[in-house]
Design a protein around this ligand. Structure first.
Ligand code: ADP
Length: 433
């Protein structure tokens, strides 16, 4: 039950007691003596309770208060209620902290809570095994002092944690560790680190396998093509055989293209931004690409228009950039009907260098747009097959664009046309003299 202090009630009670004492004093003819004695008794009673309260608060380790009644009983009760409330809150808080820690311990990753200055506040046991960080003895130390890696220091300094950061373990050079950073709670970070050596090894094995198989397929395909062409050259070949060999030739050409694209993909997949970069004269490169694929245009008679900045060059890998531009242009031609309009643009816009191919072809439905750069993803398989498509073109473009720190933006409206834009950071450009 909640006690409510009433001053009126208190004064009435005290007044009644002192009036009674005064009446008794009057009876014995010693009013002042009786009132003084009553005041002394009241003072001693209050003093005793005060010392008991101090004793309870500071000396005794008991939760329950000393026995009392009257106003002091209510004081003890009030304090006791408060203490119990705080204890319950603390218990709940401890329970939540334990839950968080148990959860963080159950993670397959090393987990660390860092302050804004990247000093360690807490870490789980796996952080000790993977990074050698011990909690609580390493509390307050900077993570970069304990995990010595220039890449990690650069990553933390950059403040851009949208992508994870992979480093070679400072404790074991055969291991690769991936760090993920998240802002967490109030002014702190959650850092998750995991050993990705196996994943990287598997990815490398996959890439090597695809590259090796593609390489091994090249010779048999060349031999097959040679024999097929030799047989096709024979004038006495019966008509039904001629048709069969034409089909074989078409399929061998398709496989050859697939093998070539797979080899290009395995190459661009391993390349990174730090690989050799040179000045690439994009206007000349675009001209070359148009020339190389002009045979498609001869049959389809597209109207090509250009908006090219003749002085704008970019730093990069020429062969890769040529492959990316060529893939986008070939696609525009393949997926735009005869006589369609294709615009090719290379210039600076809104602080970026843009290479954009716009067509008024078949367009793409919104559901497919995000999946176009997946390997072997084709919107309409039969149509893509007719155009000799492998479904690898945009995947190659995406890797090349990433290697150049660019972005691939696809905009399209079904039935109206599409626009494929590569955005390069303007810092990567240069002025052609
Ligand atoms: P493909 O070799 O099949 O052309 P890509 O990876 O280059 O493979 O393209 C993937 C798919 O994206 C294509 O199959 C096609 O459906 C669609 N696509 C690509 N470019 C265009 C475009 N300009 N217009 C319409 N669809 C396109």
């Amino acid at each position: 039950m909640i006690f409510r202090f009433s001053l009126k009630h208190f004064l009435l009670q005290q007044g009644f007691i002192f009036a009674l004492v005064a009446l008794l004093g009057y009876w014995f003819n010693h009013v002042s003596l009786f009132v003084l004695a009553a005041m002394m008794v009241s003072l001693i009673w209050n003093y005793r309770h005060l010392t008991a309260l101090i004793d309870w608060l500071w000396q005794k380790n008991l939760l329950s208060p000393p026995e009392s009644n009257g106003i002091w009983g209510h004081v003890y009760d009030g304090i006791y209620r408060r203490i119990r409330k705080y204890r319950n809150k603390q218990k709940e808080l401890n329970f939540r902290i334990r839950q968080f820690r148990d959860g963080a311990e159950a993670l397959p990753d090393a987990a660390l809570v860092l302050g804004l200055d990247h000093s360690i506040r807490w870490s789980n046991k796996k952080a000790n095994r993977l990074l050698g960080i011990q909690w609580p003895s390493d509390t307050g130390q900077l993570i970069t002092n304990l995990v010595r890696s220039p890449q990690l220091a650069k990553y933390l300094k950059s403040g851009d944690f949208s992508e994870p950061c992979s480093i070679t373990s400072p404790r074991d050079s055969t291991k690769q560790i991936e760090f993920r950073f998240m802002t967490y709670g109030d002014q702190q970070y959650l850092l998750l680190a995991r050993d990705v050596s196996q994943l990287i090894l598997l990815e490398k094995m996959r890439r090597d396998f695809v590259a090796n198989v593609s390489h091994e397929l090249k010779t048999p395909l060349t031999v097959m093509r040679g024999y097929v062409e030799m047989i096709q050259d024979d004038d006495g070949l019966p008509a039904h055989w001629s048709k069969s060999f034409n089909t074989i030739e078409q399929q061998v050409t398709r496989m050859d293209r697939l093998v070539q694209q797979l080899l290009v993909l395995s190459k661009v997949e391993v390349q990174g931004y730090d690989d050799i970069r040179a000045q690439v004269q994009m206007p000349r490169l675009i001209e070359q690409v148009i020339e190389d694929i002009s045979w498609i245009n001869k049959t389809k008679q597209h109207q090509l228009s250009f908006e090219i900045d003749p002085r704008l060059g970019i730093l990069g890998v020429e062969s890769e950039l040529k492959s990316a531009c060529s893939n986008l242009l070939v696609n525009a031609m393949n997926y735009t009907a005869q006589g369609g309009v294709i615009n090719i643009c290379w210039n600076k816009q809104d602080g970026y260098c843009l290479f954009r191919v716009t067509d008024n072809g078949c367009g793409i439905v919104p559901e497919d747009i995000n999946r176009l750069s997946e390997r072997f993803y084709r919107v309409d398989k039969s149509r893509s097959r007719d155009t000799g498509g492998t479904g690898l073109g945009l995947s190659i473009v995406k890797h090349i664009v990433n290697n150049h720190r660019g972005q691939l933006i696809i905009e399209s409206e079904f039935g109206q046309g599409s626009s494929f834009t590569i955005k390069f950071p303007v810092g990567e450009s240069y002025q052609i003299r």
